[in-house]
Design a protein around this ligand. Structure first.
Ligand code: SF4
Length: 156
């Protein structure tokens, strides 16, 4: 019988892939998923490298764009492509556990900004949004995972 498969934000697994080269290792998540086949996921590291400039989700002319904070380069498509590659490689994933508040991975916890950088609302990062559409009811962050709260789309 195959092991259940979990796609997990790589920084929760101890990989040093955050923008500043640190990790957000979460031993509770790792322990809870010890019976699963773990598939590490980080869309930002292959696109921008580590360490890297910070990025933000900004609603511009009705569209959600992910921009680098200082150099103002748009990376939305590249991040979506990384997420799509992961979903294509693992369409049979049983669960997705993502890091909260990230512009990519945040699930209902990511600040969505106006062009002048005011907080418009709190929503999904770009990867979390795509995962939520692909795997409804199977996407969590490191907090909701332990509360059994299902995901839903918030970039509407
Ligand atoms: S939150 Fe997501 S994009 Fe950010 S470092 Fe962790 S895995 Fe990578």
């Amino acid at each position: 019988m195959r092991k259940k498969k979990a796609i997990v934000s790589a920084c929760l697994l101890g990989e040093t892939v955050r923008y500043d080269g640190t990790t957000k290792i979460n031993n509770e998540v790792i322990e809870a998923l010890k019976e699963y086949e773990i598939i590490p996921f980080c869309p930002e590291d292959p696109v921008m490298g580590t360490p890297r400039e910070r990025i933000s989700v900004i609603k511009i002319d009705g569209h959600y764009k992910v921009m680098t904070d200082n150099s103002k380069i748009e990376v939305t498509t590249a991040l979506k492509l990384q997420t799509q590659k992961m979903m294509d490689a693992h369409p049979d994933a049983d669960i997705v556990v993502l890091k909260s508040k990230s512009p990519s991975c945040g699930l209902g916890t990511t600040p969505i900004l106006t062009p002048s950088r005011d907080v418009l609302k709190i929503g999904n990062g770009v990867a979390a949004e795509l995962f939520s559409q692909k795997f409804p009811g199977k996407v969590y962050d490191e907090n909701s995972f332990f509360k059994g709260v299902d995901s839903k789309s918030s970039l509407e």
